[in-house]
Design a protein around this ligand. Structure first.
Ligand code: ZN
Length: 261
């Protein structure tokens, strides 16, 4: 039976990939703006293109704030979203369908209640947001500038999809993606917690970090900024966090720093 299922799925995916094939001009345009993708070997690029086609078929894009989501915009998002799951597949992304693209960052009104029961209102500036069950929000300006912002280890699409991976095991965001066994999960958590504690200390001390200091906000944010850096500033991330790099390389089954040689 599993063989039969697999063949059926393969056939279905092949049909979709053909129907939703990304045309050459859009594909080359996306690669030209994304150096951390363009450096992949040819077989990986072919698989990424196939996954991105399936992703485009499964997700529903909508524009907000007057933005029209063109094919070029959707492809640029799909390619970056699929990079982390190149060897994992789209399953962890299937908890939601909608992707809302804003022209630029969004100011979201927030409320928190303090220990005395007093409600404080403030504005939070968002370049992206991933919520359990979706939709996922992205700022086009930040998506568009991903090529340049890779220099400072910043990538909004990979950041938000790292949160999706984190939530894919059904837990609250805790920096742990779906793992097969409990010992794997425990090993992951103990390494991540140790790295997070060291990172928060660096940030507190005002030290320079490869990872976005925003990662000190919580262990889930630390995971997301570390995944961004792993894919777009790979060598620098490996130099600063060698053990975390190895952990990610095992999970994602990718070794992006080796591609820079
Ligand atoms: Zn985040």
């Amino acid at each position: 039976m599993p063989g039969w299922f697999a063949r059926l799925r393969e056939r279905r995916e092949r049909r979709i990939a053909q129907r939703r094939a990304i045309d050459d001009a859009l594909w080359l345009e996306a690669l030209a703006t994304l150096p951390f993708v363009a450096r992949l070997p040819a077989p990986d690029l072919a698989e990424l293109r196939r996954l991105a086609s399936l992703f485009l078929d499964e997700k529903e894009f909508s524009g907000a704030g007057g933005l029209e989501v063109t094919d070029a915009i959707a492809v640029r998002i799909a390619v970056q979203a699929c990079l982390p799951v190149l060897r994992i597949g789209l399953q962890p992304y299937r908890s939601f369908v909608g992707i809302v693209v804003h022209p630029d960052e969004v100011v979201a009104p927030r409320e928190v209640m303090d220990d005395d029961g007093i409600v404080h209102q403030y504005d939070e500036v968002l370049t992206g947001e991933a919520m359990g069950g979706g939709p996922l929000m992205l700022s086009w300006t930040d998506v568009r500038d991903a090529g340049e912002s890779a220099d400072w280890a910043y990538n909004v699409v990979i950041h938000e999809f790292a949160h999706v991976l984190d939530m894919a095991d059904g837990s609250e965001p805790d920096g742990v993606p779906p793992l097969a066994t409990l010992p794997e999960r425990q090993r992951w958590l103990s390494l991540l917690e140790a790295e997070y504690a060291t990172f928060c200390q660096w940030v507190d001390d005002g030290g320079d970090t490869v990872l976005d200091p925003y990662g000190a906000e919580g262990i889930d944010e630390f995971f997301a900024v570390a995944v961004e850096a792993f894919f777009v500033a790979s060598e620098a991330m490996r130099a600063e966090h060698p053990e975390l790099y190895e952990l990610f390389a095992g999970y994602f089954r990718q070794d992006p720093a080796s591609l820079n040689a």
